[in-house]
Design a binder for this molecule. Structure first.
Ligand code: APR
Length: 418
């Protein structure tokens, strides 16, 4: 290869030797290898969905139920995707889509409906009653469980999901049919399709396929992170507690009756190993009202990680035959749990646009996708930025910054409109 010979494992066939070869170089061996190169498998589908996270799986499941074919390409293994600990608060829009996708039954049994949330500042605590104010509750049910239910449903319906794919590339987005190429176990594959849904998260390939001169990215990085732990302990409160303290933000959250998820604002330079469990619990308690701290049940952490906080949007969300969905197009800081719910909003618009296109031939829904989805995305971005700004400690804002926050929280206590 490239003029250099590599030792071949004993008994290797020419096919095995050439698998994984990306380019043909001009060398004596090349001609022979070219002939022996594995044949690229080729197939056709309606939609190629890149990324098997919640956005991609939900879209694929909804489309399948309407008779629209898709193939999902996932870079990791199923076990790896299911081991990621992510958000756990589902809002009304996502709940409706899950029902439509036929995957709501386990959630209805095992999820926890919450009618409100608690907010503390200093020693004060007040409750926002979602049910009374908006007529709707939220559901506490882990994103991992949503993803597991989606995988089960896709498998039960014979959905096509390819795992461990590498080198995904999107081509021909401005022609009559797009193509997506990838490798799996060293073998090259090609799928021709009508459209590509880029559901491959912030680090995916889809967004970067849009030429840089045709997209604009907006980004804000926050000067702190969230240190989170998961522990097999009963949650300190049935409802979530968002805490603003002079020592920094804290969040008491839960996954089930014996599985708690807690977070504290930390320095960006901190590493999870810098924080012993004891140090974490002590700091968490200091940021909560005394009556909450006193009843906190602590225990060993079963997961500990630090996440940076970022606001990010890439516009447009459509380019030629490619549509971006979920984290591929936007990221919110986690305060207020809008990430997964905003991804669901994209899926809603794209699914309905594609349905309209395939069922009636009308392209209005897909043509308006980027504008519609972004209008919603920016509202979620604004909310997440506002709630992050209200609840975290910004040392650069000094004592007056804390006073502004206290006044705004006090306003929320007394204003129904707020
Ligand atoms: N090829 C194929 N798959 C890829 C590629 C690639 N080049 N790059 C990334 N992926 C896969 C990832 O392995 C992941 O499984 O795409 C998937 C993207 O999933 P998520 O990052 O979970 O994004 P999304 O499905 O949009 O989920 C919405 O809401 O609560 C938030 O951030 C949280 O993940 C959550 C998001």
């Amino acid at each position: 290869r490239n003029g250099r010979l590599r030792a071949a494992p004993a008994g290797a066939s020419m096919l095995e030797l050439s698998a994984g070869l990306d380019h043909c170089f001009t060398c004596a061996l090349c001609a022979e290898l070219t002939i022996a190169r594995p044949v690229m498998s080729e197939r056709t589908t309606q939609i190629v969905i890149i990324g098997g996270g919640p956005s991609g799986l939900l879209l694929s499941q909804l489309l399948h139920k309407r008779g629209i074919q898709s193939v999902v390409l996932e870079r990791k293994s199923k076990d790896y995707v299911l081991s990621r600990i992510r958000a756990g608060v589902l809002e009304r829009g996502l709940l409706g889509l899950m029902k439509e996708a036929g995957i709501g039954s386990r959630m209805a049994r095992e999820g926890f409906a919450h009618d409100g949330t608690l907010i503390s500042y200093g020693d004060e605590m007040f409750r926002i009653d979602f049910k009374e104010l908006t007529g709707h509750s939220i559901m506490v049910y882990g994103q991992t469980e949503v993803t597991r239910d989606l995988y089960d449903a896709r498998e039960a319906m014979g959905g096509q999901i390819e795992y461990n794919v590498e080198d995904v590339e999107i081509h021909d987005l401005e022609s009559n049919a797009a193509t997506v190429t990838y490798r799996q176990d060293g073998q090259p594959h090609k799928i021709s399709c009508d459209f590509v849904a880029g559901c491959d998260g912030y680090h995916g390939v889809s967004r970067k396929t849009i030429p840089s001169e045709s997209r604009k990215e907006y980004e804000k990085l926050y000067p702190f992170g969230w240190l989170g732990i998961l522990s097999r302990t009963p949650p300190v409160s049935h409802e979530l507690i968002y805490a603003n303290s002079e020592r920094g933000f804290a969040l008491c959250s839960m996954r089930s009756e014996n599985l708690s998820r807690y977070y504290i604002q930390c320095d960006l330079s901190d590493r999870p190993e810098d924080w012993s469990d004891a140090a974490f619990w002590a700091e968490l308690k200091r940021r909560l009202p005394p009556e909450v701290a006193e009843k906190m049940v602590t225990g060993p952490s079963i997961e500990k990680s630090i996440a940076p906080l970022r606001s990010f949007v890439s516009e447009p969300m459509r380019w030629g035959r490619l549509f971006l969905c979920g984290d591929a197009a936007h990221i919110v800081p986690p305060t207020g749990a809008k990430g997964l719910n905003t991804a669901a909003s994209d899926v809603h618009y794209l699914y309905n646009g594609l349905r309209q296109f395939y069922e009636t031939g009308d392209a209005a829904g897909i043509d308006g996708y980027s504008e519609l989805a972004l209008a919603r995305v920016w509202k979620a971005e604004r909310f997440s930025w506002w709630f992050t700004s209200l609840m975290h400690h910004f040392p650069e804002n000094g004592d007056i910054g804390q006073k502004f926050q206290d006044a705004e929280l006090d306003y929320l206590v007394h204003s129904e409109a707020g």
